[in-house]
Design a protein around this ligand. Structure first.
Ligand SMILES: CC(C)(COP(=O)(O)OP(=O)(O)OC[C@H]1O[C@@H](n2cnc3c(N)ncnc32)[C@H](O)[C@@H]1OP(=O)(O)O)[C@@H](O)C(=O)NCCC(=O)NCCS
Length: 385
């Protein structure tokens, strides 16, 4: 146990009350019942009550999203762990309460909690695409700020890997967040300790709608001749459905992905309709604008998503203009249309956020014209299992 000894000697002298110092970590029991994973993680800690070593036990468990009390505890950990970040990094409780337990034809979601006694101190989520990119999953870990650097994050990340590998996933993707100056922070250090590589750098941007209102009169961009703009809330008009699906299928090959190992998808009308009905079911409104080309095909799409449960914050979903129709300012036209629609529908809206690759100069220029400001840098991470 020489490793354990050296870790103890590196630990700070003591921490207040019950907060254990970093200590030796080992799993002493692992079991599975059905799809329920249960690990008990026991680690010795240095305590402040005069005893040289104490013991703490953290259970790593799957959380049933339909168990409201457990889901709320899980959500509170995520909220506390992201409270230091600018903008709106964590969904409102009502949004999570409705969305997480709902069936999703696009993604399988696994929630994991780290539980100390009766308290949840860590939370993690694994999101598995179900339609394409079946080799990938997204893994995110949150640890309550008063319980960081105890090894809880590591144990959760390892558990997500077990679940992902059990489902045949070979590439894990994750995220780390940096202040806009681009340096420092636990999430980057944690990512590197967990052997994730940076696959792409993105900027997270926020638009204050009062800034938008000030700029809007000067952004009178005409719809290019022969084109027209069609807007809708979530459900695409039948006449455009097939062409809209074709454009959605191009997204992953057209968006700068850096080294992210992702492949294109096929959006059949049935798939689009299934995704729409899920959104309608959870009260998420996708305010969408389509650019219709002179030949009637869908040349571009953009959307702003707003949850009924949180009509104060919106999020840009996707924006894509077919390469055959670029260079006509359709991107700006579409974004103006969706933002106008969102503001008209939700006068309570305060801000909208978006993220895009730092190398995506065209999209950055459009966002800047609208008034978006960079509030954070997002590192897209990847790890091969
Ligand atoms: C990032 C986060 C999950 C880390 O949780 P944690 O329980 O503190 O992580 P661990 O104690 O298991 O740390 C594992 C390793 O990560 C690295 N690490 C974690 N936090 C660090 C920090 N603040 N500074 C330097 N290294 C750090 C260390 O190498 C550490 O190993 P060590 O303690 O043996 O040196 C936690 O800080 C958090 O919830 N942050 C907000 C949410 C977030 O950014 N999540 C990341 C997206 S996946």
């Amino acid at each position: 146990m020489s490793g354990a000894g050296s870790r103890w000697s590196r630990a700070p002298p003591c921490r207040s009350v019950a907060g254990p110092a970093p200590g030796y970590l080992r799993t002493w029991w692992t079991g599975r019942t059905g799809d329920h994973v249960h690990h008990v993680l026991r680690y010795r800690v240095r305590r402040s009550d005069g005893r040289r070593y104490g013991r703490a036990v953290v259970d790593i468990e799957q959380i049933n999203p339909r168990n409201l009390a457990a889901l709320r505890a899980w959500w509170e950990v995520g909220q506390a762990a992201t409270a230091y970040r600018p903008g709106t990094p964590w969904p409102a409780w009502e949004t999570s309460r409705v969305a997480l337990p709902a069936d999703n034809p696009e993604r399988g979601v696994t929630l994991i909690g780290a539980i100390d006694g009766r308290e949840m101190v860590g939370a993690a989520i694994l999101i598995r695409p179900l339609e394409e990119n079946l080799h990938t999953a997204t893994a995110i870990v949150y640890v309550r700020p008063d319980r960081t650097r105890e090894g809880i994050g590591r144990r959760l990340a390892e558990e997500l890997e077990v679940v992902a590998a059990g489902d045949g996933r070979t590439t894990l993707q994750s995220e780390a967040y940096l202040p806009p100056d681009g340096s420092g922070g636990a999430s980057e250090a944690f990512a590197s300790a967990m052997s994730y590589a940076v696959a792409s750098r993105e900027s997270i941007k926020e638009l204050a709608l009062e800034d938008y209102a000030t700029r809007r009169p000067d952004l009178d961009v005409p719809v290019p001749e022969g084109y027209r703009v069609v807007t809708f809330d979530t459900v695409c008009p039948e006449e455009h459905l097939e062409s809209y699906g074709r454009l959605l299928g191009m997204l992953l090959s057209e968006v700068p992905l850096g080294d992210l190992d992702l492949e294109d998808s096929a959006w059949t009308p049935e798939r689009v309709r299934a995704a729409e009905s899920r959104l309608t079911g959870i009260g998420r409104h996708m305010h969408t604008a389509l650019a219709i080309a002179p030949d009637g095909s869908v040349a571009g799409v953009s959307d702003v998503r707003i949850d009924e449960s949180d009509p104060v914050h919106g999020q840009v979903g996707i924006t894509i203009v077919d390469p055959a129709h670029r260079g006509r300012r359709l991107g700006l036209v579409l974004k103006l249309a969706t933002h106008d629609l969102a503001v008209a529908t939700y006068p309570s809206l305060v801000s909208v956020d978006t993220s895009n690759a730092e190398v995506n100069t065209w999209m950055n220029a459009v966002n800047e014209a609208l008034g978006y400001r960079t509030i954070e840098t997002l590192l897209e991470l990847q790890k091969r299992l």
